[in-house]
Design a protein around this ligand. Structure first.
Ligand code: 8YV
Length: 348
């Protein structure tokens, strides 16, 4: 979390939708504002429906010719809803002459052209804080699954092999988690939440960041390779985008070593996936536990078939509570923009 920023309280699920479900809030609206929604937000329980109820939505993903749709419907559009997945590139931004706000569902916004938005004076909002805990929880789930060979054990049971053979001998022993050395790449909101959970596992924790932080009790490693050499487990929690592409390269992975485990809940391209596969295959890295991949939804065959990999389909924020909170924050940003001219959680 940014210094001085307060964590956003996460309401219980039964209260999550309430602020936006009182019809009287909208009684005085004569016409609905028209917005463009770049892609479906099907990963959120009621986002598509709530947006459609509150706004006159141009569902861009349903048009076969996006350029033509923007030309036809773009005039007068002041707000766009998108996500990290669907993005908002310069072409889209510049095709909308009246655009003033882009409200994104998700914390990462590397697929939104911030420069193009800034040049046009377009505000960009994301959904920070509300997903921090769930993503941090999943990082720990992945770490433990990798170290304790949980995926492999589950496959063993599901294949009916337990009854017919020995567990020991069929599945190699795992690695102890508690008391180990945890390295975190990127100590932002999510990285810090992952670090806090490490205390419960009696871990020694260090981090690598663009800048050393004076407000945390963890050791700083200026060199990422140095951090990997020191750590038993390396968790990637940095932002995505051009600035962090292949930050975790062959040298870093090999420094983590044959018993080392790398976890990624951030963005796939932060790890050089070709180098990752090579290091696992050569026995130079112990395990990769991944929620994100370089070319999603493609997962390299070598990872899908390897017992040294845990693979999940980008579900870091995918809990009912968190997805509802993300959805609400998008609605809150949109509403604030239309009422006050300013989004509530600007991305930068
Ligand atoms: C979403 C995420 O799945 O918040 C993010 O940055 O990666 C996830 O919460 C993603 O935004 C989907 O586009």
């Amino acid at each position: 979390m940014r210094a001085g920023a307060r964590p956003r309280p996460v309401p219980p699920p039964d209260q999550v939708a309430s602020r936006f479900s009182h019809p009287h809030l909208y009684d005085n609206m004569t016409t609905k504002h028209r917005i463009i929604q770049v892609g479906s937000l099907a990963g959120s329980p009621t986002a598509n429906q709530n947006l459609a109820e509150r706004y006159d939505v141009v569902e861009l993903w349903k048009y076969p010719d996006r350029k033509a749709a923007l030309a036809e419907h773009g005039k007068g559009i002041t707000a766009v809803v998108t996500s990290a997945n669907h993005g908002a590139d310069a072409e889209l931004i510049n095709a909308l002459p009246d655009l003033k706000a882009i409200c994104s569902w998700g914390v990462g916004y590397e697929t939104i052209d911030i420069q193009a938005a800034k040049q046009r004076g377009v505000q960009v909002s994301n959904t920070p804080d509300v997903l921090t805990d769930c993503v941090a929880d999943l990082a720990w789930g992945l770490l433990i699954a990798g170290a304790r060979r949980m995926g492999q054990g589950e496959r063993f049971v599901r294949a009916g092999l337990w009854g017919s053979g020995q567990v020991h001998g069929s599945i190699p022993l795992g690695l102890r988690v508690s008391g180990k050395k945890l390295g975190i790449v990127g100590l932002g909101r999510i990285g810090e939440a992952i670090a806090r959970r490490g205390a419960g596992f009696d871990m020694d924790i260090r981090y690598h960041n663009r800048r050393k932080r004076d407000d945390v009790p963890y050791g700083y490693e200026a060199s990422l390779t140095g951090l990997a050499e020191w750590a038993d487990f390396l968790v990637v929690a940095t932002v995505g985008g051009a600035g962090t592409r292949h930050l975790v390269n062959r040298e870093v992975l090999e420094a983590l070593g044959p018993d080392g485990i790398v976890v990624n809940i951030a963005r796939g391209p932060v790890i050089d996936e070709t180098a990752l596969v090579a290091a696992l295959q050569a026995g130079k890295l112990g395990c990769a536990a991944l929620d994100v991949f370089e070319h999603e939804p493609k997962v390299p065959e070598a990872l899908m078939t390897s017992d040294k990999a845990v693979v999940l389909p980008h579900i870091g924020s995918a809990t009912l509570e968190t997805r509802l909170s993300m959805e609400n924050l998008v609605l809150e940003n949109l509403q604030a923009f239309f009422e006050t001219g300013k989004v509530v959680t600007p991305a930068e």
